[in-house]
Design a protein around this ligand. Structure first.
Ligand code: ADP
Length: 604
Protein backbone atom coordinates (compact mmCIF):
# COMPACT_ATOMS: atom_id res chain seq x y z
CA UNK A 1 0.00 0.00 0.00
CA UNK A 2 2.77 2.39 1.00
CA UNK A 3 4.81 2.03 -2.18
CA UNK A 4 1.69 2.49 -4.31
CA UNK A 5 0.84 5.57 -2.31
CA UNK A 6 4.26 7.08 -2.91
CA UNK A 7 4.03 6.44 -6.65
CA UNK A 8 0.53 7.89 -6.80
CA UNK A 9 1.36 11.00 -4.81
CA UNK A 10 4.54 11.67 -6.78
CA UNK A 11 2.73 11.24 -10.11
CA UNK A 12 -0.06 13.51 -8.84
CA UNK A 13 2.49 16.19 -7.95
CA UNK A 14 4.31 16.22 -11.27
CA UNK A 15 1.13 15.94 -13.29
CA UNK A 16 -0.25 18.97 -11.43
CA UNK A 17 3.01 20.88 -12.01
CA UNK A 18 2.87 20.11 -15.74
CA UNK A 19 -0.81 21.06 -15.79
CA UNK A 20 -0.05 24.44 -14.18
CA UNK A 21 2.81 25.13 -16.61
CA UNK A 22 0.87 23.89 -19.61
CA UNK A 23 -2.43 25.65 -18.97
CA UNK A 24 -0.74 28.96 -18.18
CA UNK A 25 1.01 29.03 -21.54
CA UNK A 26 -0.42 30.19 -24.81
CA UNK A 27 -1.44 27.08 -26.69
CA UNK A 28 -2.11 26.08 -30.22
CA UNK A 29 -5.57 24.72 -30.65
CA UNK A 30 -4.86 21.49 -32.52
CA UNK A 31 -6.00 17.91 -32.02
CA UNK A 32 -2.86 16.68 -30.24
CA UNK A 33 -3.02 19.56 -27.81
CA UNK A 34 -6.65 18.97 -27.03
CA UNK A 35 -5.97 15.27 -26.41
CA UNK A 36 -3.01 16.17 -24.21
CA UNK A 37 -5.14 18.55 -22.13
CA UNK A 38 -7.81 15.89 -21.63
CA UNK A 39 -5.24 13.27 -20.68
CA UNK A 40 -3.81 15.59 -17.99
CA UNK A 41 -7.28 16.07 -16.53
CA UNK A 42 -8.13 12.33 -16.61
CA UNK A 43 -4.77 11.50 -15.11
CA UNK A 44 -5.31 13.86 -12.14
CA UNK A 45 -8.86 12.56 -11.63
CA UNK A 46 -7.55 9.01 -11.76
CA UNK A 47 -4.93 9.62 -9.03
CA UNK A 48 -7.48 11.39 -6.86
CA UNK A 49 -9.86 8.39 -7.22
CA UNK A 50 -6.99 6.06 -6.34
CA UNK A 51 -6.46 8.02 -3.14
CA UNK A 52 -10.20 7.92 -2.45
CA UNK A 53 -10.07 4.11 -2.58
CA UNK A 54 -7.82 4.21 0.48
CA UNK A 55 -10.31 6.49 2.18
CA UNK A 56 -13.24 4.20 1.27
CA UNK A 57 -11.37 1.18 2.65
CA UNK A 58 -10.80 3.05 5.89
CA UNK A 59 -14.51 4.01 6.07
CA UNK A 60 -15.45 0.35 5.39
CA UNK A 61 -18.31 1.46 3.16
CA UNK A 62 -18.93 -1.34 0.58
CA UNK A 63 -21.14 0.64 -1.81
CA UNK A 64 -18.84 3.63 -1.88
CA UNK A 65 -15.86 1.35 -2.44
CA UNK A 66 -17.58 -0.35 -5.40
CA UNK A 67 -18.48 2.94 -7.01
CA UNK A 68 -14.93 4.26 -6.57
CA UNK A 69 -13.29 1.07 -7.85
CA UNK A 70 -15.46 1.05 -10.99
CA UNK A 71 -14.87 4.78 -11.54
CA UNK A 72 -11.16 4.07 -11.28
CA UNK A 73 -11.43 1.38 -13.98
CA UNK A 74 -13.41 3.74 -16.21
CA UNK A 75 -10.69 6.37 -15.74
CA UNK A 76 -7.94 3.93 -16.66
CA UNK A 77 -9.81 2.79 -19.74
CA UNK A 78 -10.61 6.40 -20.73
CA UNK A 79 -6.99 7.45 -20.44
CA UNK A 80 -5.74 4.56 -22.58
CA UNK A 81 -8.54 5.03 -25.12
CA UNK A 82 -7.67 8.72 -25.33
CA UNK A 83 -4.01 7.89 -25.78
CA UNK A 84 -5.12 5.53 -28.57
CA UNK A 85 -6.60 8.50 -30.44
CA UNK A 86 -3.36 10.36 -29.82
CA UNK A 87 -1.40 7.47 -31.35
CA UNK A 88 -3.81 7.55 -34.27
CA UNK A 89 -3.39 11.30 -34.82
CA UNK A 90 0.41 11.31 -34.68
CA UNK A 91 0.71 8.32 -36.97
CA UNK A 92 -1.73 9.70 -39.53
CA UNK A 93 -0.51 13.25 -39.52
CA UNK A 94 1.59 12.96 -42.65
CA UNK A 95 -0.70 10.68 -44.61
CA UNK A 96 -3.53 13.15 -44.95
CA UNK A 97 -4.06 16.69 -43.81
CA UNK A 98 -7.77 16.15 -43.68
CA UNK A 99 -7.70 12.98 -41.64
CA UNK A 100 -10.35 14.31 -39.26
CA UNK A 101 -12.87 14.58 -42.05
CA UNK A 102 -11.74 11.33 -43.64
CA UNK A 103 -12.07 9.35 -40.44
CA UNK A 104 -15.15 11.10 -39.10
CA UNK A 105 -17.25 7.92 -39.02
CA UNK A 106 -14.38 5.95 -37.48
CA UNK A 107 -14.13 8.56 -34.72
CA UNK A 108 -17.84 8.31 -34.06
CA UNK A 109 -17.74 4.50 -33.84
CA UNK A 110 -14.73 4.76 -31.52
CA UNK A 111 -16.56 7.16 -29.23
CA UNK A 112 -19.69 5.01 -29.11
CA UNK A 113 -17.57 1.94 -28.29
CA UNK A 114 -15.82 3.95 -25.62
CA UNK A 115 -19.14 4.79 -23.94
CA UNK A 116 -20.36 1.16 -24.23
CA UNK A 117 -17.13 -0.15 -22.67
CA UNK A 118 -17.40 2.38 -19.84
CA UNK A 119 -21.01 1.28 -19.16
CA UNK A 120 -20.05 -2.42 -19.24
CA UNK A 121 -17.15 -1.78 -16.82
CA UNK A 122 -19.63 -0.09 -14.47
CA UNK A 123 -22.19 -2.92 -14.73
CA UNK A 124 -19.90 -5.92 -14.23
CA UNK A 125 -19.07 -7.01 -10.68
CA UNK A 126 -15.78 -6.07 -9.05
CA UNK A 127 -14.04 -7.26 -5.86
CA UNK A 128 -11.24 -5.94 -3.76
CA UNK A 129 -8.46 -8.48 -3.32
CA UNK A 130 -5.77 -6.91 -1.26
CA UNK A 131 -4.89 -3.32 -0.57
CA UNK A 132 -5.70 -1.45 -3.79
CA UNK A 133 -5.73 -4.45 -6.07
CA UNK A 134 -9.17 -5.32 -7.42
CA UNK A 135 -10.34 -8.25 -9.55
CA UNK A 136 -13.49 -9.71 -11.04
CA UNK A 137 -15.33 -9.52 -14.44
CA UNK A 138 -15.17 -5.69 -14.52
CA UNK A 139 -11.36 -5.82 -14.26
CA UNK A 140 -11.01 -8.69 -16.75
CA UNK A 141 -13.14 -6.82 -19.25
CA UNK A 142 -10.98 -3.73 -18.68
CA UNK A 143 -7.77 -5.73 -19.34
CA UNK A 144 -9.27 -7.13 -22.52
CA UNK A 145 -10.16 -3.72 -23.82
CA UNK A 146 -6.72 -2.37 -22.86
CA UNK A 147 -5.06 -5.22 -24.80
CA UNK A 148 -7.18 -4.35 -27.82
CA UNK A 149 -6.13 -0.70 -27.58
CA UNK A 150 -2.48 -1.69 -27.17
CA UNK A 151 -2.75 -3.91 -30.23
CA UNK A 152 -4.20 -0.97 -32.14
CA UNK A 153 -1.27 1.25 -31.09
CA UNK A 154 1.24 -1.43 -32.10
CA UNK A 155 -0.42 -1.61 -35.52
CA UNK A 156 -0.09 2.18 -35.90
CA UNK A 157 3.58 1.94 -34.96
CA UNK A 158 4.18 -0.92 -37.41
CA UNK A 159 2.48 1.06 -40.16
CA UNK A 160 4.99 3.85 -39.58
CA UNK A 161 8.10 1.76 -39.00
CA UNK A 162 10.21 4.04 -41.17
CA UNK A 163 9.32 7.15 -39.18
CA UNK A 164 9.63 5.70 -35.72
CA UNK A 165 12.73 7.76 -35.01
CA UNK A 166 10.59 10.87 -35.24
CA UNK A 167 10.23 12.14 -31.70
CA UNK A 168 6.48 12.41 -31.88
CA UNK A 169 6.31 8.58 -31.71
CA UNK A 170 8.41 8.41 -28.53
CA UNK A 171 5.45 8.66 -26.09
CA UNK A 172 3.57 5.90 -27.93
CA UNK A 173 6.59 3.58 -28.09
CA UNK A 174 7.40 4.21 -24.43
CA UNK A 175 3.80 3.66 -23.42
CA UNK A 176 3.60 0.28 -25.16
CA UNK A 177 6.90 -0.91 -23.67
CA UNK A 178 6.19 0.34 -20.15
CA UNK A 179 2.65 -1.01 -20.22
CA UNK A 180 4.02 -4.50 -20.91
CA UNK A 181 6.60 -4.15 -18.10
CA UNK A 182 4.00 -2.85 -15.68
CA UNK A 183 1.67 -5.70 -16.66
CA UNK A 184 4.42 -8.19 -15.70
CA UNK A 185 5.17 -6.37 -12.40
CA UNK A 186 1.47 -6.30 -11.63
CA UNK A 187 1.28 -10.07 -12.18
CA UNK A 188 4.15 -10.69 -9.75
CA UNK A 189 3.22 -8.03 -7.17
CA UNK A 190 -0.54 -7.45 -7.42
CA UNK A 191 -0.51 -4.93 -4.57
CA UNK A 192 1.77 -2.49 -6.48
CA UNK A 193 -0.46 -0.30 -8.63
CA UNK A 194 1.71 1.52 -11.14
CA UNK A 195 -0.75 2.53 -13.80
CA UNK A 196 -1.23 6.11 -12.58
CA UNK A 197 2.48 6.57 -12.31
CA UNK A 198 2.72 5.40 -15.95
CA UNK A 199 0.12 7.96 -17.06
CA UNK A 200 1.96 10.73 -15.26
CA UNK A 201 5.26 9.64 -16.76
CA UNK A 202 3.86 9.50 -20.30
CA UNK A 203 2.37 12.98 -19.85
CA UNK A 204 5.80 14.20 -18.78
CA UNK A 205 7.40 12.61 -21.86
CA UNK A 206 4.71 14.08 -24.11
CA UNK A 207 5.27 17.49 -22.63
CA UNK A 208 9.00 17.43 -23.22
CA UNK A 209 8.87 15.86 -26.64
CA UNK A 210 6.03 17.34 -28.61
CA UNK A 211 3.26 18.77 -26.51
CA UNK A 212 5.34 21.51 -24.93
CA UNK A 213 3.52 24.64 -26.16
CA UNK A 214 6.87 26.37 -26.80
CA UNK A 215 8.10 23.54 -29.00
CA UNK A 216 4.71 23.41 -30.70
CA UNK A 217 4.81 27.15 -31.30
CA UNK A 218 8.29 26.90 -32.78
CA UNK A 219 7.16 24.03 -34.98
CA UNK A 220 4.10 25.98 -36.13
CA UNK A 221 6.19 29.11 -36.62
CA UNK A 222 8.61 27.15 -38.77
CA UNK A 223 5.74 25.81 -40.85
CA UNK A 224 4.29 29.34 -41.18
CA UNK A 225 7.74 30.69 -42.02
CA UNK A 226 8.18 28.08 -44.72
CA UNK A 227 4.79 28.93 -46.18
CA UNK A 228 5.54 32.65 -46.05
CA UNK A 229 8.88 32.11 -47.75
CA UNK A 230 7.20 30.08 -50.47
CA UNK A 231 4.57 32.77 -50.95
CA UNK A 232 7.26 35.42 -51.05
CA UNK A 233 9.22 33.50 -53.65
CA UNK A 234 6.04 33.17 -55.70
CA UNK A 235 5.48 36.91 -55.35
CA UNK A 236 9.02 37.67 -56.51
CA UNK A 237 8.56 35.36 -59.50
CA UNK A 238 5.28 37.03 -60.30
CA UNK A 239 6.87 40.47 -60.05
CA UNK A 240 9.76 39.45 -62.22
CA UNK A 241 7.32 38.21 -64.87
CA UNK A 242 5.14 41.26 -64.49
CA UNK A 243 8.17 43.50 -64.87
CA UNK A 244 9.04 41.66 -68.06
CA UNK A 245 5.51 41.87 -69.42
CA UNK A 246 5.19 45.60 -68.70
CA UNK A 247 8.63 46.48 -69.95
CA UNK A 248 8.15 44.84 -73.32
CA UNK A 249 5.27 47.09 -74.51
CA UNK A 250 6.85 50.03 -72.69
CA UNK A 251 9.95 49.52 -74.77
CA UNK A 252 7.89 50.07 -77.91
CA UNK A 253 6.12 53.13 -76.45
CA UNK A 254 9.35 54.80 -75.33
CA UNK A 255 11.27 53.86 -78.48
CA UNK A 256 8.68 55.13 -80.93
CA UNK A 257 7.90 58.24 -78.89
CA UNK A 258 11.58 59.17 -78.77
CA UNK A 259 11.81 58.70 -82.50
CA UNK A 260 8.67 60.78 -83.06
CA UNK A 261 10.07 63.49 -80.79
CA UNK A 262 13.21 63.67 -82.95
CA UNK A 263 11.05 64.37 -86.01
CA UNK A 264 11.56 68.03 -86.92
CA UNK A 265 8.43 68.25 -89.06
CA UNK A 266 6.17 67.63 -86.06
CA UNK A 267 3.90 70.46 -84.91
CA UNK A 268 4.60 72.05 -81.52
CA UNK A 269 1.41 70.58 -80.10
CA UNK A 270 2.33 67.08 -81.27
CA UNK A 271 5.84 67.50 -79.83
CA UNK A 272 4.30 68.48 -76.50
CA UNK A 273 2.11 65.38 -76.59
CA UNK A 274 5.12 63.18 -77.35
CA UNK A 275 6.86 64.71 -74.34
CA UNK A 276 3.86 63.85 -72.18
CA UNK A 277 3.87 60.26 -73.43
CA UNK A 278 7.55 59.98 -72.53
CA UNK A 279 6.97 61.51 -69.09
CA UNK A 280 4.09 59.09 -68.43
CA UNK A 281 6.22 56.15 -69.60
CA UNK A 282 9.02 57.25 -67.29
CA UNK A 283 6.53 57.38 -64.48
CA UNK A 284 5.25 53.90 -65.23
CA UNK A 285 8.79 52.58 -65.38
CA UNK A 286 9.54 54.20 -62.04
CA UNK A 287 6.51 52.50 -60.48
CA UNK A 288 7.54 49.09 -61.88
CA UNK A 289 11.08 49.64 -60.64
CA UNK A 290 9.81 50.72 -57.20
CA UNK A 291 7.69 47.59 -56.80
CA UNK A 292 10.60 45.46 -57.94
CA UNK A 293 12.98 47.19 -55.54
CA UNK A 294 10.79 46.73 -52.47
CA UNK A 295 10.13 43.08 -53.30
CA UNK A 296 13.84 42.51 -53.81
CA UNK A 297 14.61 44.15 -50.48
CA UNK A 298 11.94 42.11 -48.72
CA UNK A 299 13.22 38.90 -50.27
CA UNK A 300 16.75 39.87 -49.14
CA UNK A 301 17.83 39.74 -52.73
CA UNK A 302 19.06 43.29 -52.97
CA UNK A 303 22.78 43.35 -52.78
CA UNK A 304 24.97 46.33 -52.14
CA UNK A 305 27.51 46.49 -54.95
CA UNK A 306 30.48 48.61 -53.95
CA UNK A 307 32.62 50.25 -56.62
CA UNK A 308 34.92 53.21 -56.98
CA UNK A 309 33.10 56.35 -58.05
CA UNK A 310 33.20 60.10 -58.12
CA UNK A 311 30.72 61.75 -55.76
CA UNK A 312 31.03 65.00 -57.71
CA UNK A 313 29.71 63.26 -60.80
CA UNK A 314 26.70 61.95 -58.90
CA UNK A 315 26.08 65.36 -57.39
CA UNK A 316 26.06 67.00 -60.82
CA UNK A 317 23.74 64.36 -62.27
CA UNK A 318 21.36 64.80 -59.34
CA UNK A 319 21.26 68.55 -59.86
CA UNK A 320 20.34 68.10 -63.55
CA UNK A 321 17.66 65.50 -62.71
CA UNK A 322 16.15 67.67 -59.95
CA UNK A 323 15.97 70.68 -62.24
CA UNK A 324 13.94 68.65 -64.72
CA UNK A 325 11.70 67.40 -61.91
CA UNK A 326 11.04 70.94 -60.66
CA UNK A 327 10.11 71.91 -64.21
CA UNK A 328 8.23 75.18 -64.45
CA UNK A 329 7.43 75.51 -60.74
CA UNK A 330 8.62 78.73 -59.05
CA UNK A 331 11.17 76.85 -56.94
CA UNK A 332 14.78 77.85 -56.50
CA UNK A 333 17.24 74.93 -56.40
CA UNK A 334 20.02 75.70 -53.94
CA UNK A 335 23.01 73.37 -53.91
CA UNK A 336 26.22 73.16 -51.98
CA UNK A 337 28.85 70.45 -51.79
CA UNK A 338 31.77 70.26 -49.39
CA UNK A 339 34.86 70.77 -51.63
CA UNK A 340 36.96 68.57 -49.34
CA UNK A 341 35.05 65.40 -50.29
CA UNK A 342 37.72 63.12 -51.81
CA UNK A 343 37.55 62.74 -55.61
CA UNK A 344 37.24 58.96 -55.47
CA UNK A 345 35.05 57.12 -52.98
CA UNK A 346 34.19 53.44 -52.67
CA UNK A 347 30.57 52.37 -52.16
CA UNK A 348 27.32 51.53 -53.93
CA UNK A 349 26.92 54.76 -55.87
CA UNK A 350 23.86 53.50 -57.79
CA UNK A 351 21.93 53.05 -54.55
CA UNK A 352 23.37 56.23 -53.01
CA UNK A 353 22.12 58.17 -56.00
CA UNK A 354 18.74 56.46 -55.72
CA UNK A 355 18.46 57.50 -52.05
CA UNK A 356 19.23 61.17 -52.70
CA UNK A 357 17.12 61.25 -55.86
CA UNK A 358 14.11 59.85 -53.97
CA UNK A 359 14.40 62.67 -51.41
CA UNK A 360 14.88 65.32 -54.09
CA UNK A 361 11.97 63.95 -56.14
CA UNK A 362 9.70 64.12 -53.08
CA UNK A 363 10.87 67.65 -52.33
CA UNK A 364 10.01 68.65 -55.90
CA UNK A 365 6.68 66.82 -55.75
CA UNK A 366 5.48 68.22 -52.44
CA UNK A 367 6.71 71.81 -52.81
CA UNK A 368 4.67 74.41 -54.69
CA UNK A 369 7.01 77.37 -54.32
CA UNK A 370 10.05 78.55 -52.41
CA UNK A 371 13.27 76.58 -52.51
CA UNK A 372 14.79 73.13 -52.37
CA UNK A 373 18.24 72.87 -50.91
CA UNK A 374 20.62 69.97 -51.49
CA UNK A 375 23.56 70.26 -49.12
CA UNK A 376 26.37 67.75 -48.78
CA UNK A 377 28.96 68.04 -46.04
CA UNK A 378 31.47 65.50 -44.84
CA UNK A 379 33.43 64.31 -41.84
CA UNK A 380 36.60 62.40 -42.64
CA UNK A 381 38.57 60.13 -40.39
CA UNK A 382 41.30 57.72 -41.48
CA UNK A 383 40.05 56.19 -44.73
CA UNK A 384 36.33 56.80 -44.06
CA UNK A 385 34.36 59.73 -45.37
CA UNK A 386 30.98 60.25 -43.69
CA UNK A 387 28.70 61.96 -46.20
CA UNK A 388 26.02 64.08 -44.55
CA UNK A 389 23.40 64.80 -47.16
CA UNK A 390 20.42 67.01 -46.43
CA UNK A 391 17.46 67.82 -48.63
CA UNK A 392 15.38 70.72 -47.37
CA UNK A 393 12.22 72.13 -48.92
CA UNK A 394 9.59 74.78 -48.29
CA UNK A 395 6.79 72.39 -49.21
CA UNK A 396 3.63 71.19 -47.52
CA UNK A 397 5.48 69.52 -44.64
CA UNK A 398 4.41 66.42 -42.72
CA UNK A 399 2.18 66.40 -39.64
CA UNK A 400 3.97 65.30 -36.44
CA UNK A 401 1.71 62.30 -35.83
CA UNK A 402 2.38 60.99 -39.33
CA UNK A 403 6.17 61.06 -39.16
CA UNK A 404 6.20 57.58 -37.56
CA UNK A 405 4.47 56.11 -40.58
CA UNK A 406 6.54 57.99 -43.11
CA UNK A 407 8.83 55.10 -43.93
CA UNK A 408 6.09 52.46 -44.07
CA UNK A 409 5.38 51.16 -47.54
CA UNK A 410 2.25 52.32 -49.34
CA UNK A 411 1.64 55.12 -46.77
CA UNK A 412 0.68 58.44 -48.37
CA UNK A 413 -0.64 61.48 -46.52
CA UNK A 414 -3.04 64.35 -47.17
CA UNK A 415 -4.52 62.44 -50.06
CA UNK A 416 -7.22 65.02 -50.84
CA UNK A 417 -4.67 67.78 -51.35
CA UNK A 418 -2.12 65.50 -53.00
CA UNK A 419 -4.57 63.85 -55.33
CA UNK A 420 -2.84 65.30 -58.38
CA UNK A 421 0.63 64.26 -57.19
CA UNK A 422 1.58 60.86 -58.49
CA UNK A 423 3.13 58.36 -56.13
CA UNK A 424 2.86 54.87 -54.74
CA UNK A 425 4.03 55.45 -51.20
CA UNK A 426 7.06 53.23 -51.83
CA UNK A 427 9.81 55.84 -52.27
CA UNK A 428 10.63 56.50 -48.62
CA UNK A 429 10.19 52.84 -47.59
CA UNK A 430 12.80 51.91 -50.21
CA UNK A 431 15.00 54.87 -49.24
CA UNK A 432 15.06 53.86 -45.57
CA UNK A 433 15.80 50.19 -46.35
CA UNK A 434 18.61 51.21 -48.69
CA UNK A 435 20.12 53.54 -46.08
CA UNK A 436 19.99 50.71 -43.54
CA UNK A 437 21.54 48.26 -46.00
CA UNK A 438 24.41 50.75 -46.40
CA UNK A 439 24.73 51.02 -42.59
CA UNK A 440 23.63 54.63 -42.64
CA UNK A 441 21.01 56.68 -40.85
CA UNK A 442 18.14 58.83 -42.03
CA UNK A 443 16.29 61.45 -39.98
CA UNK A 444 13.47 63.78 -40.81
CA UNK A 445 12.44 67.14 -39.38
CA UNK A 446 9.27 68.73 -40.58
CA UNK A 447 7.12 71.73 -39.87
CA UNK A 448 3.63 71.00 -41.13
CA UNK A 449 2.65 73.62 -43.68
CA UNK A 450 6.13 75.11 -43.89
CA UNK A 451 8.52 72.44 -45.14
CA UNK A 452 10.65 69.40 -44.41
CA UNK A 453 14.27 68.44 -44.07
CA UNK A 454 15.57 64.93 -44.62
CA UNK A 455 19.14 64.18 -43.54
CA UNK A 456 21.08 61.06 -44.45
CA UNK A 457 24.47 60.05 -43.08
CA UNK A 458 26.38 57.32 -44.88
CA UNK A 459 30.00 56.22 -44.54
CA UNK A 460 32.00 55.62 -47.70
CA UNK A 461 35.58 54.47 -48.05
CA UNK A 462 38.14 56.94 -49.32
CA UNK A 463 40.20 55.68 -52.27
CA UNK A 464 43.33 57.79 -52.09
CA UNK A 465 45.53 57.93 -55.17
CA UNK A 466 42.99 56.24 -57.47
CA UNK A 467 42.18 57.79 -60.82
CA UNK A 468 38.88 56.88 -62.46
CA UNK A 469 38.22 56.04 -66.09
CA UNK A 470 36.07 58.42 -68.09
CA UNK A 471 32.83 56.43 -67.72
CA UNK A 472 33.08 56.58 -63.93
CA UNK A 473 33.79 60.28 -63.82
CA UNK A 474 30.51 60.87 -65.53
CA UNK A 475 31.75 61.89 -68.92
CA UNK A 476 29.46 59.96 -71.22
CA UNK A 477 31.48 59.19 -74.30
CA UNK A 478 30.12 60.64 -77.47
CA UNK A 479 29.57 57.78 -79.87
CA UNK A 480 32.31 58.10 -82.45
CA UNK A 481 32.06 57.06 -86.03
CA UNK A 482 30.55 53.64 -86.08
CA UNK A 483 28.56 54.06 -89.29
CA UNK A 484 28.36 50.99 -91.48
CA UNK A 485 29.08 48.48 -88.71
CA UNK A 486 26.91 45.38 -88.81
CA UNK A 487 24.57 44.60 -85.92
CA UNK A 488 22.22 41.65 -85.56
CA UNK A 489 19.16 41.93 -83.30
CA UNK A 490 17.53 38.69 -82.08
CA UNK A 491 14.06 39.01 -80.53
CA UNK A 492 10.86 36.98 -80.84
CA UNK A 493 8.74 40.11 -80.49
CA UNK A 494 8.28 41.88 -83.85
CA UNK A 495 7.60 45.23 -82.19
CA UNK A 496 10.84 45.04 -80.22
CA UNK A 497 12.76 44.26 -83.40
CA UNK A 498 11.22 47.33 -84.99
CA UNK A 499 12.18 49.56 -82.05
CA UNK A 500 15.74 48.26 -81.91
CA UNK A 501 16.24 48.66 -85.69
CA UNK A 502 14.86 52.16 -85.57
CA UNK A 503 17.18 53.15 -82.71
CA UNK A 504 20.24 51.54 -84.27
CA UNK A 505 19.63 53.01 -87.71
CA UNK A 506 20.01 56.48 -86.18
CA UNK A 507 23.72 55.60 -85.79
CA UNK A 508 23.83 54.68 -89.52
CA UNK A 509 24.48 51.06 -88.64
CA UNK A 510 23.67 48.14 -90.88
CA UNK A 511 20.96 46.32 -88.95
CA UNK A 512 19.80 42.76 -89.49
CA UNK A 513 16.97 41.18 -87.48
CA UNK A 514 15.88 37.61 -86.73
CA UNK A 515 13.07 36.36 -84.54
CA UNK A 516 14.60 33.26 -82.92
CA UNK A 517 17.80 31.71 -81.66
CA UNK A 518 17.61 29.08 -84.44
CA UNK A 519 17.61 31.78 -87.12
CA UNK A 520 20.52 33.50 -85.40
CA UNK A 521 22.59 30.30 -85.48
CA UNK A 522 21.56 29.78 -89.10
CA UNK A 523 22.81 33.28 -90.00
CA UNK A 524 26.19 32.50 -88.44
CA UNK A 525 26.41 29.16 -90.23
CA UNK A 526 25.62 30.88 -93.53
CA UNK A 527 28.80 32.89 -93.02
CA UNK A 528 27.27 36.23 -92.00
CA UNK A 529 29.66 38.24 -89.90
CA UNK A 530 28.47 40.83 -87.41
CA UNK A 531 30.28 43.36 -85.27
CA UNK A 532 27.72 43.05 -82.49
CA UNK A 533 24.71 40.89 -81.59
CA UNK A 534 21.90 42.20 -79.35
CA UNK A 535 20.05 39.16 -78.07
CA UNK A 536 16.77 38.85 -76.21
CA UNK A 537 16.85 36.13 -73.56
CA UNK A 538 13.27 35.02 -73.00
CA UNK A 539 12.44 33.46 -76.35
CA UNK A 540 10.28 30.36 -76.89
CA UNK A 541 11.94 27.00 -77.64
CA UNK A 542 15.50 28.34 -77.44
CA UNK A 543 16.44 31.08 -74.99
CA UNK A 544 19.11 33.71 -75.66
CA UNK A 545 21.41 31.97 -73.17
CA UNK A 546 21.10 28.62 -74.97
CA UNK A 547 21.62 30.25 -78.36
CA UNK A 548 24.80 31.86 -77.08
CA UNK A 549 26.03 28.53 -75.73
CA UNK A 550 25.57 26.91 -79.13
CA UNK A 551 27.25 29.78 -80.94
CA UNK A 552 30.22 29.63 -78.59
CA UNK A 553 30.75 25.95 -79.38
CA UNK A 554 32.30 27.18 -82.61
CA UNK A 555 35.77 28.49 -81.68
CA UNK A 556 35.64 30.88 -84.64
CA UNK A 557 32.72 32.75 -83.05
CA UNK A 558 34.18 35.90 -81.49
CA UNK A 559 31.33 38.41 -81.91
CA UNK A 560 30.38 40.33 -78.76
CA UNK A 561 26.85 39.42 -77.65
CA UNK A 562 24.85 41.78 -75.45
CA UNK A 563 21.75 40.57 -73.58
CA UNK A 564 18.85 42.83 -74.48
CA UNK A 565 16.14 41.96 -72.03
CA UNK A 566 13.10 43.17 -70.19
CA UNK A 567 14.10 40.98 -67.27
CA UNK A 568 15.27 43.72 -64.95
CA UNK A 569 15.10 42.10 -61.53
CA UNK A 570 18.12 42.42 -59.23
CA UNK A 571 21.22 40.47 -60.10
CA UNK A 572 20.26 40.09 -63.76
CA UNK A 573 23.37 41.85 -65.06
CA UNK A 574 25.54 39.42 -63.07
CA UNK A 575 23.42 36.48 -64.24
CA UNK A 576 23.81 37.36 -67.89
CA UNK A 577 27.53 38.08 -67.58
CA UNK A 578 28.02 34.72 -65.89
CA UNK A 579 26.14 33.05 -68.75
CA UNK A 580 28.74 34.38 -71.15
CA UNK A 581 27.08 37.55 -72.44
CA UNK A 582 29.47 40.44 -72.87
CA UNK A 583 27.09 43.08 -71.55
CA UNK A 584 23.50 43.79 -70.56
CA UNK A 585 20.92 46.28 -71.82
CA UNK A 586 17.55 46.58 -70.10
CA UNK A 587 14.34 47.32 -71.93
CA UNK A 588 13.06 49.99 -72.39
CA UNK A 589 16.40 50.81 -73.96
CA UNK A 590 18.04 53.78 -72.29
CA UNK A 591 19.82 55.90 -74.88
CA UNK A 592 22.88 56.68 -72.78
CA UNK A 593 23.26 53.00 -72.02
CA UNK A 594 22.92 52.18 -75.72
CA UNK A 595 25.50 54.84 -76.51
CA UNK A 596 27.85 53.28 -73.99
CA UNK A 597 27.42 49.77 -75.38
CA UNK A 598 27.81 50.83 -79.03
CA UNK A 599 30.82 52.99 -78.22
CA UNK A 600 32.46 50.16 -76.30
CA UNK A 601 31.90 47.30 -78.76
CA UNK A 602 31.83 48.99 -82.14
CA UNK A 603 34.60 51.55 -81.74
CA UNK A 604 37.12 48.72 -81.19
P1 ADP B 1 5.13 58.78 -52.67
O1 ADP B 1 5.82 60.09 -52.80
O2 ADP B 1 5.31 57.91 -53.86
O3 ADP B 1 3.72 58.91 -52.25
P2 ADP B 1 6.98 58.26 -50.51
O4 ADP B 1 7.22 56.99 -49.75
O5 ADP B 1 8.14 58.87 -51.19
O6 ADP B 1 5.81 57.94 -51.50
O7 ADP B 1 6.38 59.30 -49.48
C1 ADP B 1 5.34 58.92 -48.62
C2 ADP B 1 4.50 60.10 -48.24
O8 ADP B 1 5.25 61.00 -47.40
C3 ADP B 1 4.07 60.94 -49.43
O9 ADP B 1 2.88 60.45 -50.00
C4 ADP B 1 3.87 62.30 -48.80
O10 ADP B 1 2.58 62.40 -48.22
C5 ADP B 1 4.90 62.33 -47.67
N1 ADP B 1 6.14 63.05 -48.04
C6 ADP B 1 7.30 62.52 -48.47
N2 ADP B 1 8.23 63.47 -48.69
C7 ADP B 1 7.65 64.64 -48.41
C8 ADP B 1 8.09 66.00 -48.44
N3 ADP B 1 9.33 66.35 -48.82
N4 ADP B 1 7.20 66.95 -48.07
C9 ADP B 1 5.96 66.61 -47.68
N5 ADP B 1 5.49 65.35 -47.63
C10 ADP B 1 6.30 64.39 -47.99
Amino acid sequence: MNSTLYFSISSLIYTIVIAIIFFRKEKINNTENRIFQKSIVISIVSVVIELLIILAIKLENELLLHIILKSFNVCIFSWIALFGTYAFVVSHKESSVDYRKKYKILYLVYRILWIIVAIVICCLPIYLYQDLYSYGPSCEFLYMCCFALMAMMIIFLLQNLRNLLNKRYYPVILFVILMVIIGIIQKCFPEVLLVNWLFGFIILVMYFTIENPDLKMIEQLNIAKGQAEKANAAKTDFLSNMSHEIRTPLNAIVGFSQSLGDNESLSDEAKEQVKDILAASDNLLEIVNGILDISKIEANKLEIVNKEYSFKKIFNELVILTKSRIGEKPIELRTSMDPTIPPVLYGDYVRLKQIILNLLTNAAKYTKEGYIELKVSSVQKDDICRLIISVEDTGIGIAKEKIDKLFTKFERFDLEENITIEGTGLGLAITKKLVELMNGRIVVQSDYGFGSKFTVAIDQKIMAGVILEDSKTGVIPQVGNIAGKKVLVVDDNALNLKVASMLLKKYSLEVDTVSSGFECIEKWKQGNCYDLILMDDMMPKMSGGETLKQLKQDPAFQTPVVALTANAISGMREKYLSEGFDDYLAKPIDRTELDRVLEHYLKK
